[in-house]
Design a protein around this ligand. Structure first.
Ligand code: NDP
Length: 255
């Protein structure tokens, strides 16, 4: 999976894929990569200028202009999610894929020093907003002949590690959300999986490990095979799996 290459440059042609946090880091790279294989994209994120820049780059390189919707997951309500889904339902027949990629780190600090408000913000963005968006988008996913719902996990979402506080807890919740949905829709055309990107050279990573040698980290482009695999028909039938984009990578700072 981590070495997957689509069999054709049209592998995602006519597939409608929504990506959250598409303005930067891994989400931005996923948008460019899916567009390269022909996907019709819906890009969401918090900073409109970043989303427009990604959309313009895709339009220029691949001749397809993604739709852009700006919303802040920190304040997003269930009603706004439903309104968003209704707007989408007018624009597209269904969704072939949703990549929940947006997330925040909070602070790397022991439990006693995790600020309660920041804790709530991390859970709000990484878990609650992700759940509300999923709930609103499920009907559009279920309308597709085959669809792929993907959540973004982390190594600290599978095994707790000192200092990772709210972020680790939010990623455990993400793994749980994926497993519940995978069971609920087993046997339907909808598959639900997670990707653990593994340490990847982005702004979030630099915030978590400011002193590491970032040039030793994989780039977002390096981990795209797994991101492509989960959205291509090759992964049809794979359900309830937490994939590693960098299998065998030891968690912690780059060495
Ligand atoms: P970045 O910080 O580089 O990008 C995160 C994206 O999420 C940005 O586009 C950001 O928008 C968006 N976002 C953050 N908060 C909100 C919000 N409130 N509302 C809407 N959008 C928001 O992170 P990465 O690319 O590194 O991370 C992507 C995912 O991968 C995350 O879920 C992260 O937890 C996970 N991950 C990353 C690892 C790594 O080493 N990089 C390792 C393990 C997991 P904006 O650009 O406007 O800030």
């Amino acid at each position: 999976v981590s070495r997957f290459t689509p069999s054709s440059s049209d592998a995602l042609k006519n597939k409608v894929i929504l990506i959250t946090g598409a303005g930067d880091g891994i989400g931005r790279e996923a948008a460019l990569t899916y567009a390269r294989y022909g996907a019709d994209l819906i890009l969401t994120g918090r900073t409109e200028s970043k989303l427009r820049a990604v959309s313009d780059e895709i339009a220029q390189k691949y001749g397809i202009t993604p739709r852009v919707y700006c919303h802040d997951l920190l304040t997003l309500t269930a009603e706004q999610c439903r309104d968003f889904a209704a707007v989408l339902a007018h624009a597209v027949p269904y969704l072939d894929g949703v990549l929940h990629n947006a997330g925040i780190l909070g602070v790397v600090a022991p439990m006693t020093e995790q600020p309660p408000q920041l804790w709530q913000d991390v859970i709000q963005v990484n878990v609650n907003a992700t759940f509300m968006l999923t709930q609103a988008l499920l009907p559009l996913l279920l309308r597709a002949p085959q669809s792929s719902l993907v959540f973004t996990s982390s190594s600290v979402g599978r095994e707790g590690r000192a200092g990772w506080g709210a972020y680790a807890v939010s990623k455990f919740a993400t793994e749980g959300m994926m497993q519940v949905l995978a069971q609920e829709y087993a046997g339907t055309g909808l598959r639900t999986n997670c990707i653990n990107p593994g340490g990847t050279r982005t702004a979030m990573r630099a915030g978590a490990f400011p002193d590491e040698a970032s040039e030793k980290l994989k780039t977002p482009a390096d981990i795209m095979p797994t991101y492509l695999y989960v959205m291509c028909n090759d992964s049809a039938g794979k359900n309830g799996i937490s994939f590693d984009a960098q299998p065998g990578r030891k968690a912690g700072p780059a060495e």
